[in-house]
Each structure stands twice: as C-alpha cells, then as structure tokens.
Design a protein around this ligand. Structure first.
Ligand code: NAD
Length: 254
C-alpha cells in the first residue's frame, strides 16, 4: 500500500494536467449509499424506474415520494477526507478539475472550485414549462407543506430537480467540457466509480486514447483496472489521508 501511495504522489507531482473523475463511491463514507454495492446499494431500496424521465413525466409524484428522504439526506451530508483531498490538490495547483457523476454537491462543500457535474445537482430545480428556477430549499419547503409534486408559482407546472434522470441526455456543455478535459489530461484519477454508467464511462477511454496515465481508487474491481498505473481496492477515506500525508512529506509541496 505504501509503495502504491508513493507512486500516486509521484504521478501527481510529475503531471502537468491532472483530472479527477468521481462516482457515488466517493460519497459512501459521507453516509450516502451508492447504487450498485451488493447489500447496500440504493437500487435495493428504491426502484430505478422512479428515476427515469418517462416516470417523472407520467407521474412526477413518484420521484418526489421516493426521493424525499434521499434528497434530504444528500443535502445534509458533509464532505469526507476524499472530497477534501481533491479540494487540497486543486488549491495546491496539482489538480485542474473534478468531473463528477454525483448530484450531492459535496465537492463544492469541500472547497473544490472547478467541478463539472455531468449528472446535474440538487441545488436547484426548474419549472418544466416556463423554465423558472427554484432553490432546493424552496422545493423542500413546498414538499413539507404537502405540495406533491411541487409546482411553479407562476404557471403551476411541475418543477423538476436539476438532475439527470435515466433517459435524459447529459447537459451538453458540462459533458463537452468534461470530454475536453479528459482528452487533454495526462493523468486521470478515478475515485469511487464502477465506470459502467455510460456515457461517463467513456471519459477514461478518451483519456487513455490520448495517452494519459490512470490511477483507480475504488473498492471493487473495474473494467479499466488493467489499463491503470496504480489500482487501490480499499475504502477511499484512508487512501486519501495517506496520499495527503505522503504529499506533505515532500518538502517542496507543503
Ligand atoms: P456505482 O454505484 O456504479 O459505483 C460506485 C463504486 O464505488 C462501486 O464500484 C464501489 O465498489 C465503490 N465504492 C463504494 N464505497 C467506496 C469507498 N468507501 N471507497 C472506495 N470505493 C467505494 O456508482 P457510479 O459509478 O458513480 O454510478 C452510479 C450513478 O448513480 C452515478 O452516475 C451517479 O450519478 C448516481 N449516484 C449518485 C450519488 C451521489 O450523488 N452521491 C449516489 C448514488 C448514485
């Protein structure tokens, strides 16, 4: 493990353009379950169908009913050492951008400034007819008052959280910038992603095609492990703390 941590730090220090790609696994230690871990995944509690755009259009109540607890948990969650490590790397100018599949906003809460949220976020929602924006606090307030589904004050149409549902396309600008960063990077750090959810799973492929090196930190094996310079199948919090400790032991980087 120590040797792997030293190698990760060497790669970060010698890279000119490092990008991080994060998935649900970076937030499990903040108390948010991921989708696919057997026995613990969200899919074992919530029906995936509730998170499709088709279901939302036909019966928007379902997403809010199932999502109510989850949204509250996500909004209350706090960043953990892995989110903080990425914010510190950015502050030290050792990381250009975080590309995240998560909607929990924990990278921002940890202090990361440049974050591409390719599956959207829970900070706001949008009226599906007139496009009026609502803060999530306003949406939660409507829900608490029994407004199910929450509706626009002006046109009374349904408000959709600004997250990507199954069947939605990714926000084109956010994904375009992510693909550019993946192609441009010389080092991609993957943290807590099974790398099976398309099209985000195409980002490591794009990086590798352009000659980037890759580090994978994920509890379970991924389809990209064989391509990576370093692979760590351990809980991220401990790995992140070890990386920061190693980085601080290099005098020029404190
Ligand atoms: P996934 O569920 O497919 O995979 C998560 C991976 O993280 C798994 O391979 C698991 O082994 C690993 N993991 C779990 N806990 C870990 C830990 N403590 N340390 C290291 N690795 C750990 O997640 P995904 O690939 O991100 O795809 C699921 C989709 O669901 C994403 O697109 C995301 O948008 C969404 N999602 C988001 C959240 C969130 O915002 N926090 C939560 C659940 C799902």
């Amino acid at each position: 493990m120590d040797e792997k941590i030293r190698k990760i730090v060497d790669l970060i220090l010698s890279s000119k353009y490092t990008v991080a790609l994060t998935g649900a696994g970076i937030s499990t230690e903040s108390g948010i379950p991921n989708f696919r871990t057997p026995g613990k995944g969200l899919w074992e509690k919530l029906p995936p169908a509730a998170f499709s755009t088709w279901a939302f259009k036909t019966n928007p109540k379902t997403l809010y009913e199932h999502g109510l607890v989850m949204f509250g948990d996500l909004l209350a969650a706090k960043p953990n050492p892995a989110h903080r490590m990425l914010a510190i790397l950015e502050e030290k100018e050792l990381l250009k951008v975080v590309i995240t599949q998560n909607i929990d906003g924990l990278h921002h809460k940890a202090g990361s400034k440049k974050v591409f949220e390719i599956h959207g976020h829970l900070r706001t929602g949008t009226c599906m007819k007139c496009g009026k924006k609502y803060k999530m606090e306003e949406i939660m307030e409507k829900l608490k008052e029994g407004e199910l589904p929450p509706r626009c004050d002006d046109c009374k149409k349904v408000i959709k959280p600004d997250i990507v549902l199954f069947g939605d396309s990714l926000p084109p600008e956010e994904y375009g910038k992510s693909l550019d960063a993946a192609k441009k990077c010389d080092l991609m750090l993957v943290l807590g992603s099974s790398l099976v959810v398309a099209p985000a799973s195409g980002l490591p492929a794009a990086a590798l095609r352009e000659g980037a090196k890759m580090v994978i930190m994920n509890k379970m094996a991924t389809g990209y492990d064989r391509e990576a310079e370093v692979v760590i199948h351990k809980p991220l919090g401990k790995t992140a703390e070890a990386v920061l400790k190693e980085l601080e032991s290099r005098p020029q980087n404190i």
